[in-house]
Ligand binder design. Structure first.
Ligand code: COA
Length: 307
């Protein structure tokens, strides 16, 4: 059994900070940021809470698959590392807002691997016959935990929320997840503080682990690379995506990107990209996708999903 995307939604902050705005805050330039990361702008949320953003993305995702009733959703998982409230969980608040009264709900924290880990978790429940439909949301207000005086990290991050409704389908799935807690110091955020990152180490980890993860999923699924329509990677850095494409020997056109517009939105980056592609008609029924996430923990994972 695998997951089929039957609806998507997003909540995108209207406030936009381009690279020139950051150049007023720290010693950097539009040219440096574009060249090293591919990022041109990021969206910043100043008014809504993460919960409000998650609800908006969830409502849009549910509207996009109107044939599915909210009561048919069996699970709601929200991934976030930057949310205001401790309790109740964001996912329970989403449940109340959309009336998904039969869903069990919990929040999951796996940083930039969050969406893939949440999807894989749903697949496990689907394979156990526990649920048929799930709503997965990635929501981040990274601007609240970014050190806006640190030029080596503040240029990367942005805010946003993305959601996907997943339906269990009979096709066989394939997934992988891994963590290396012994290397956790590479990307940290102490309570009440800001993100601290060794950028070069994260970069090296990503370009090595992501192709391995994708190859593992392709092998488990016995899927040839030619049969993959798109690789949906966590949007961290254009050079990371390009390096993964090269190592896999796949054309860069199969790696859609939107990091130029949003920067790195952690667990929201994959569902934001899915929503963009889904709404623009680039994911026709039957599309075969491999998603891959990576980040703090260290954690990484990949999974097959269809449309
Ligand atoms: N503007 C201008 N110069 C900057 C800068 C900025 N925003 N940030 C760093 N620099 C400088 C450094 O001080 C350094 O100067 P020096 O050579 O005089 O010491 C130089 O640029 C090179 O720094 P370096 O850290 O080697 O750059 P890099 O090519 O590794 O790029 C990142 C830095 C952060 C963009 C890159 O490492 C990266 O994207 N890593 C992955 C991070 C990531 O994706 N994290 C989230 C994962 S989920």
């Amino acid at each position: 059994m695998t997951g089929r995307i039957i609806g998507t939604g997003a909540c995108i902050p209207t406030l936009v900070w381009d690279n020139n705005k950051l150049a007023e805050m720290v010693e950097t330039s539009d040219e440096w940021i574009r060249e090293r990361t591919g990022i041109a702008r990021r969206h910043i949320e100043k008014e809504r809470t993460a919960t409000e953003m998650a609800i908006e993305a969830a409502q849009k995702a549910m509207e996009s698959c109107a044939e599915l009733k909210a009561e048919e959703i069996g699970a709601i998982i929200v991934c976030s590392i930057a949310q205001e409230e401790v309790l109740p969980s964001v996912s329970c608040q989403v449940q109340a807002a959309i009336g998904a009264e039969n869903a069990f709900c919990f929040d999951l924290k796996a940083a930039c691997s969050g969406f893939v880990f949440a999807y894989n978790t749903c697949l496990a429940y689907m394979n156990m016959g526990l649920i048929k439909n799930a709503l997965i949301i990635g929501v981040e207000k990274l601007s609240t935990i970014t050190d806006w005086t640190d030029r080596s990290s503040c240029i990367l991050f942005g805010d946003g929320a993305g959601a996907a409704v997943i339906n269990a389908c009979e096709e066989e799935g394939a997934m992988m997840m891994k963590c290396d807690g012994s290397r956790g110091e590479v990307l940290t955020c102490p309570a009440g503080s800001t993100l601290l990152m060794n950028g070069q180490e994260v970069f090296k980890f990503a370009v090595r682990s992501v192709p391995e993860a994708i190859n593992e999923v392709l092998a488990k699924k016995m899927l040839a690379k030619e049969d993959v329509d798109y690789y949906i990677l966590h949007q961290a850095n254009r050079r990371i995506v390009e390096s993964v494409a090269k190592r896999l020997g796949e054309p860069i056109e199969k790696f859609p990107m939107n990091l130029e517009e949003y920067g790195n939105t952690s667990s929201a980056s994959i569902p934001l990209l899915l929503d963009e592609l889904y709404r623009s008609g680039k994911l026709p029924k039957g599309s075969r996708l491999i998603m891959a996430g990576f980040g703090a923990g260290l954690s990484w994972g990949a999974s097959y999903v269809t449309v």
